[in-house]
Write a protein that binds this ligand. Structure first.
Ligand SMILES: NC(=O)c1ccc[n+]([C@@H]2O[C@H](COP(=O)([O-])OP(=O)(O)OC[C@H]3O[C@@H](n4cnc5c(N)ncnc54)[C@H](OP(=O)(O)O)[C@@H]3O)[C@@H](O)[C@H]2O)c1
Length: 203
């Protein structure tokens, strides 16, 4: 039985991961009640009791939040999605023996925004934070002795209302694909930005 640590495991994509891994493994799932990444990056003491086979950095404030709150909260998105979670992961590195997956987004890819979704450029705080997360993930891959992959999970309906015109993927299906990818990572994959279906992403 492996120890699997997942941030943002209380709902959405993190819950799909927790449910799928939970069948055969010991899942330690965190929510904002365990650690609030708005102002905290220090892993709770009980996390130091484990050696982690897989860590999935998944918690995030999504772009619907920005649409409610406006640009004044760019800092909060940056803290939660990038700075404090990367600090959290860095602090936990001595306990990580297997592999690390960082759930980012195609919204963090300048190539994607310039070439694919140039019509939708309003949720800038989210895009800033995921772009910084990508760079932080590459930085972390240079520090860690285990493979670190940065993942785009695909569009999965985890909030309402749905964004008009967007096609959504099945959450359980995409998470199963990502688990297959994550569990087969080697050091050759470290620092790469990859889509749920193993396609390499442009930065
Ligand atoms: N859904 C998509 O289509 C999509 C696409 C691309 C990338 N992503 C990325 O995938 C990840 C999961 O997205 P999702 O759609 O599943 O989101 P979600 O349904 O909104 O779930 C977000 C999770 O993050 C946690 N969280 C939020 N704020 C937090 C904070 N301040 N401190 C600690 N934990 C916090 C939540 O915990 P609480 O329940 O305690 O609030 C929850 O478990 C995010 O990083 C997102 O950017 C999603």
């Amino acid at each position: 039985m492996k120890n699997i640590l997942i941030t943002g495991a209380s709902r959405g994509i993190g819950k799909y991961f927790a449910d799928a891994y939970g069948v055969d493994n010991n899942v330690i799932g965190l929510s904002s009640k365990d650690i609030d990444f708005r102002n905290d990056s220090q892993p709770p003491v009980f996390l130091k009791d484990y050696a982690y086979d897989t860590v999935i950095l998944n918690a995030g404030i999504t772009n619907t939040y920005w649409k409610r709150t406006g640009y004044v909260d760019w800092e909060t998105m940056m803290a939660v999605n990038a700075f404090n979670q990367i600090r959290f992961l860095y602090n936990l590195l001595p306990n990580i023996v297997g592999r690390i997956a960082i759930i980012s987004s195609n919204s963090g890819s300048i190539y994607h925004i310039q070439n694919v979704r140039s019509y939708e450029f309003d949720d800038l705080g989210y895009k800033f934070s995921k772009h910084v997360l990508n760079m932080a993930g590459v930085w972390l891959s240079k520090k860690a002795d285990v493979p670190v992959v940065i993942l785009h999970p695909g569009s999965i309906l985890t909030y309402s209302p749905p964004i008009e015109g967007r096609k959504y993927h099945n959450g359980a299906t995409n998470v199963a694909k990502m688990i297959d990818l994550i569990e087969n990572l080697t050091m050759k994959d470290t620092g790469k930005f990859v889509r749920y279906d193993k396609k390499l992403m442009e930065w």
